[in-house]
Design a protein around this ligand. Sequence first.
Ligand code: DTR
Ligand code: CA
Ligand code: ZN
Ligand code: ZN
Length: 315
Amino acid sequence: MKLSVSARAVAAAAVATTMLLTGGAVADAASAPARPAAAPDIPLAGVKAHLSQLQSIATANGGNRAHGRAGYKASLDYVKAKLDAAGYTTTVQQFTASGRTGYNLIADWPGGDANQVVMAGSHLDSVSSGAGINDNGSGSAAVLEAALAVCRAQYKPTKHLRFAWWGAEELGLVGSRYYVNRLATGDRSRISAYLNFDMIGSPNAGYFVYDDDPAIEKTFKDYFSGINVPTEIETEGDGRSDHAPFKSAGVPVGGLFTGASRTMTAAQAAKWGGTAGRAFDRCYHSSCDTTANINDTALDRNSDALAHAVWELSE
Ligand code: DTR
Ligand code: CA
Ligand code: ZN
Ligand code: ZN
């Protein structure tokens, strides 16, 4: 007698056979490991609101947010208040440089593996000649808004997230070096990545990716490829921002940069838009580095890339 064998029975037999051969469950769409949630879009309006606050702080405090001046501490108090309200564990680290008191702000997002810490940071100080909105309100505001997005999402990554705002970078990476030098040796090796954001909204913006750690570099480059924005390797800054002390301590580092006093070439203008022969930021370290000195598209793209990397590297 010929048996009619249903397709379901054939499939069941195939699964059973596979189970026997693999000794385990058969992975299928339902059981495949879930891909981590993609990073949320970082609202440009949120980042710009922080820049407006930093501009107001500078205007109310002698026109700058420089190390050792009232404008810097007011900037730190602003950022800290936002993070405290969002449930972060914040720490203010005090140090002295050039005879004046400086401060780092460290914000830990509760949870995650303390042996695998993903950090994102930026320097919060300006030079004494201006408000420092691109240098480096842009990085500080983007890191803050990404940290607030982690709270909004109630993101619970495998790794531990830590965010930092450095003091006295303009004096020579003083705050970040103070932090790294005071890490217990074991703590240095617990930092699996440090991401640096110093000038990410330059008016005549280039899109530069640090090429220090290949995996971090790829994370950023893949993001920009996904939005069809070409990038170049950052060549102006080795040792010139707060990633340097982390790199010297053996921590994998990466970051983004939109350019400072170097001029944009014709080839760069052709792929990015912008003006050839003009500095990426004509107001670098000048009094005109105000909220008018920001390229919104560049700031938005880099803020979103920052969040993408934080989510991707901490999953
Ligand atoms: N040192 C930064 C500006 C700067 C110049 N080149 C780079 C490269 C990468 C990051 C930052 C910079 C400052 O003046 O704060
Ligand atoms: Ca965005
Ligand atoms: Zn600077
Ligand atoms: Zn800077």
